[in-house]
Write a protein that binds this ligand. Sequence first.
Ligand code: ZN
Length: 355
Amino acid sequence: MKELSKDELETYSRQIVLEDIGYEGQLKLSEARVCLAGLGGLGSNAALQLVGMGIGYLRIIDRDVVDRSNLHRQTLYDVNYLYYPKVEVAAKKLSQLNPNVNIEPIPISLNSDNAEEMIKDMDVVIDGLDNIETRYALNWACVKHRVPYVFGAAIALYGNVSTIIPKKTPCLECFIGGLTNSMLPTCRILGVHPSLPSIISSLEVSEAVRIILGKKPNLLNTLLYFDLKDLSFEKINISRRENCQVCGPNPKLTVKRKLIDEIRSKDEKRVYVINPRKNLGLIMEDLYSLIKDKGLSVRVKANLGITFYYNLKTTISMLKSGTMIIEGANDKEQVISLYEEFVVKGLNIPWSDID
Ligand SMILES: [Zn+2]
């Protein structure tokens, strides 16, 4: 059996002393595999705690680049990394916090085509997402592969947490099914208090750790509602739906990947994201040469993504996975033609790999 080194014992001394964790618990943590979906406000804080605690393996998934409006609450980033892929900055900072943790950064847009691959070899999945449709894809994959999923959400001054053990407790579809992104408010519109994500994500981590340690989570069959306004925690009993489309007898996928998402508009600009069918694993040096050959100016050249100016009003971030974020495009037609120019023709990737 594995033993903890002198350094590990010292690093984790303040949690090993806890009755809830102890030496055996620390060994379990060091062998655990956790997937963190989304690296915004919830994900930043959850990642820091998990890595600090000495989790064995952490897969971090996010499709965004760092934006100035993230910095007030997303504790992994700072002004030096604007327009860098979040997963790359996160992996760098997290490995400085604890080099013993194996961190796998994946710069993709999580969706129904790739969710299974992302979670099936994990012990637990933690929700750091910002939209319901991606959560449905994640919930569906977790139910299918029986991977525990700690759901969390935070907006304005309130947040939710629930712990889902597939086929045993209600799944996400059971208790908040049938919604679309367009029905729900976003942080851009309603805002988010920086105190909120750290509280909600701390509760998520605490639940995930209980699962890893083999202890009963506190939020089974329960939706926790927290309000920062009066610091109230309310627990709502929830139950499984007999004919749930995801965890019921005839499971089916309720969301499908969209090739193009129109996610938000910033400064009156539209922002589009292209989500290819699979991880294209682009060769970033080839992409960089292509952009330079076209005489375009590069804002950021990172290992997992490049951000460049297409023209005075359009900024493009291209991630290694093939996800493309376009700020300031006119419409979907122009977005497709940009993808055609840089990926299909520029890097010789066939459309059959994309959609
Ligand atoms: Zn269900």
